[in-house]
Design a protein around this ligand. Structure first.
Ligand SMILES: Nc1ncnc2c1ncn2[C@@H]1O[C@H](COP(=O)(O)OP(=O)(O)OP(=O)(O)O)[C@@H](O)[C@H]1O
Ligand SMILES: [Mg+2]
Length: 299
C-alpha cells in the first residue's frame, strides 16, 4: 500500500470525494471568518489558518476575514505602562489606548495575516473600517441594569464604537477581482473620529451586509461550555440569554453570542463558534455534517 504523508493513498482520494458535495454546495458562498486574537498564538496555527483560508478561495468560496487582537494589544499597552480595563468583555478605550489599538490592529496584526495568506499563493488585502468608508461607527454606551428598582448605570467606554452602517462596495470590488479582504475592526465616525470596535460585532455586521452563508467565530475555546465545562453543540437564543444572566457565559463570550444572534436575525444562514487552536478547525467545521464547536441558533 502506498502512503502519502502517513495517509494511505486510497484514503486521500476518498477524503476528496467526500468533500465534493460540500465543495459543490459552497461554491460562490461568502464565508466571514472572525479570527480571534486569542487564536493567533502559535506559528503553526497561523500557517494552518492561512492554508485553510487559501483552500476555501481556491475551491470557489469567498472568504472575508475580520480579526481581533486582544492579547497583542495588551502586550503593547503593557510595554507602554497602560493597564487595560474591560467591562462586560468590552475594552475601555481612552485616547492613548485608541492610538495603540489602531496601530496594532491595522498595522502589525493585519499585515501579518495578509503576508501569511499571500505566502499561500492567494492575494490578500488589508483594510481597516476607514478604507472605502467600510465601517461607519458611533460611540457605544454601555447600560447596566442589575437592580430593576434602581436607575440603570451608564458607562462611558471612551472611543469604543458600535457599527452604524457598513458600506461593502470595497469588499465587492476586491472579491470580484479575486482578492481576499482582511479587515481590522476599526471604524470611523461622522466627524472622522476613530473607534475601536469589538471584532465580533464588526464580523457580524460585515456578514449581514454581504449576505454571508456562514459567520465563523474562531476563538480559543471549543465553543460555549456549560457549567460542567462540557461543550454545547447547539445553543439557542433563549438558553444563551439565561446563561448570560446566570453568569455561566461571561467576558468576551457575551458580545460574541449577542452578535451571533444579531447576525442570524440579519439573515446569515449559520453561525458556528469554533476553536481556532484546533488545527484546520475551519475545514472541519465546513466540510463535515456535524461540524465542530457550538452552533448558535435563533430557536
Ligand atoms: N460559557 C463559556 N464558554 C466558553 N467560553 C467562555 C464562557 N464564558 C466566558 N468565556 C470566555 O470567553 C473567551 C472568548 O472570548 P475572548 O473575547 O476572550 O476571545 P476572542 O473573542 O476569541 O478574541 P479577541 O477578543 O482577541 O478577538 C474564552 O476564552 C472564555 O474565557
Ligand atoms: Mg473577544
Amino acid at each position: 500500500m502506498s502512503v502519502e504523508n502517513g495517509v494511505p493513498r486510497a484514503s486521500v482520494a476518498e477524503i476528496l470525494i467526500e468533500a465534493l458535495p460540500y465543495i459543490r454546495r459552497f461554491a460562490g458562498m461568502t464565508v466571514v471568518i472572525k479570527y480571534g486574537g486569542h487564536a493567533m498564538v502559535d506559528e503553526q496555527l497561523k500557517v494552518d489558518f492561512a492554508r485553510d483560508v487559501s483552500l476555501l478561495k481556491f475551491i470557489g468560496i469567498h472568504p472575508v476575514v475580520v480579526h481581533g487582537g486582544g492579547p497583542q494589544i495588551n502586550q503593547v499597552l503593557d510595554k507602554m505602562g497602560i493597564r487595560p480595563k474591560f467591562v462586560r468583555g468590552m475594552r475601555m478605550t481612552d485616547a492613548p489606548t485608541m492610538d495603540v489599538v489602531e496601530m496594532v490592529l491595522g498595522g502589525k496584526i493585519n499585515k501579518s495575516i495578509v503576508a501569511q495568506l499571500n505566502q499561500q499563493g492567494v492575494r490578500a488585502v488589508g483594510l481597516s473600517g476607514k478604507d472605502g468608508g467600510l465601517i461607519q461607527a458611533s460611540k457605544m454606551q454601555i447600560v447596566f441594569q442589575e437592580d430593576m428598582a434602581k436607575p440603570p448605570e451608564i458607562i462611558d467606554p471612551g472611543m469604543v464604537g458600535q457599527v452604524t452602517q457598513v458600506h461593502p462596495a470595497i469588499i465587492h470590488t476586491l472579491t470580484k477581482d479575486g482578492f481576499i479582504p482582511i479587515i481590522a475592526p476599526v471604524g470611523v465616525g461622522v466627524e472622522g473620529e476613530t473607534y475601536n470596535i469589538n471584532a465580533d460585532l464588526v464580523a457580524s455586521h460585515i456578514a449581514m451586509a454581504l449576505n454571508a452563508g456562514r459567520l465563523i467565530l474562531m476563538t480559543d475555546v471549543d465553543g460555549v461550555l456549560d457549567e460542567a465545562g462540557r461543550l454545547i453543540s447547539s445553543l439557542d437564543a433563549d438558553r444563551a440569554r439565561e446563561m448570560i444572566a446566570s453568569q455561566q457565559i461571561t467576558g468576551g463570550m457575551i458580545p460574541k453570542i449577542e452578535y451571533a444572534i444579531e447576525a442570524l436575525k440579519g439573515g446569515v444562514k449559520k453561525v458556528p463558534i469554533i476553536n481556532g487552536k484546533k488545527r484546520h478547525a475551519i475545514l472541519l467545521e465546513l466540510f463535515t455534517d456535524q461540524g465542530i464547536g457550538t452552533e448558535v441558533t435563533l430557536r
